[in-house]
Design a protein around this ligand. Structure first.
Ligand code: NAP
Length: 269
């Protein structure tokens, strides 16, 4: 029997994680398989029992289980503790532990650009925004601002993780050198023609990181490119968080450029 890994969430949609991890297993000659398991909230506790009994050796966790699953684990890594959410489950000896590699999904690509982050602005205050703030803190950002449609959530995030909440309406006038979109505005489907940035506000001079990766070139990134900004696509985050998961599970490192090329092919780009 091959070793068993997979992703849980609901709805799972068309996840790229099986493409990435099954390629990683093949590249390393590992007898393992990574599957997609749609798990509804009321099924989570039962599924986690199955993880312990089978055993399943590693799990990626996505919406809506990233917080709920924490109570079903034996311990948390430092990044999961800081963010208050788990996206990766793994075994260490006989303990089932949770960690958050989304933080590395933010910090990794920005570190790769060699950026010195002064003032950063995070748009959104959900799970991805929390990981973004934690990643920016790891990078030593001088000032981290959070703007969210629902201001109380920005305030809670700012309090929990050490940032400053600002009004959503004032997001364009803050002079941030790095802007991170952690909302779904721009995502394929109903939101594709939307942008978290007002159309009449300049972006020039900022580095713009859109966590949305489908489409790869969101409306926000297209506008940022047109104004000469350096841009980072959500695919970079996906690759870095996924490679960090693979390393936690197997101890092996995958080549990020080969992984990106694989995923671009999978996305048809
Ligand atoms: P989430 O927890 O549901 O948070 C969504 C955030 O977006 C909330 O702050 C919400 O504001 C805001 N928002 C939603 N609709 C909005 C609208 N119409 N106008 C303004 N703000 C709006 O979701 P999440 O897990 O943080 O994910 C956010 C996005 O990040 C996802 O859509 C996904 O594309 C991307 N993501 C990418 C990766 C990757 O690997 N690249 C990983 C995770 C997530 P309220 O608080 O006011 O509702």
């Amino acid at each position: 029997m091959p070793d068993s890994y997979g992703i849980i969430g609901h709805p799972l949609g068309h996840s790229l994680s099986p493409v990435l991890h099954n390629w990683g297993f093949r590249e390393n000659g590992l007898d393992a398989v990574y599957e997609a398991w749609p798990v509804r909230p009321f099924e989570l506790a039962g599924f986690m029992d199955r993880v312990r009994r089978t055993p399943i050796l590693g799990l990626s966790v996505t919406i809506p289980h990233k917080r709920a699953v924490m109570a079903l684990l034996d311990g948390l890594g430092p990044r999961a503790e800081a963010v208050g959410a788990v996206n990766t489950i793994f075994w260490r000896r006989d303990e089932l532990l949770g960690e958050n590699t989304d933080v590395l999904g933010i910090a990794g690509p920005l570190r790769g650009l060699g950026l010195k982050v002064g003032t950063a602005l995070v748009l959104g205050a959900g799970g991805a925004a929390r990981a973004a703030v934690a990643g920016l803190r790891e990078l030593g950002a001088k000032r981290i601002l959070v703007a969210n449609r629902t201001r109380s959530r920005a305030e809670a995030l700012a309090r929990d993780l050490g940032a400053e909440a600002v009004d959503w309406e004032h997001r364009a006038g803050l002079g941030a050198g790095l802007i991170i979109n952690a909302t779904p505005l721009g995502l394929a489907g109903d939101m594709e023609n939307l942008s978290p940035w007002p159309d009449d506000a300049p972006l020039a001079g900022a580095v713009v990181f859109d966590l949305v990766y489908n489409p790869l070139r969101t409306r926000l990134l297209a506008r940022a490119e047109a104004q000469g900004c350096m841009t980072v696509s959500g695919l970079e985050m996906f690759v870095h968080q996924g490679l960090a998961q693979f390393e936690i599970w197997t101890g092996r490192r995958l080549d990020p450029d080969a992984a990106k090329a694989l995923l671009l092919r999978a996305l048809g780009g």
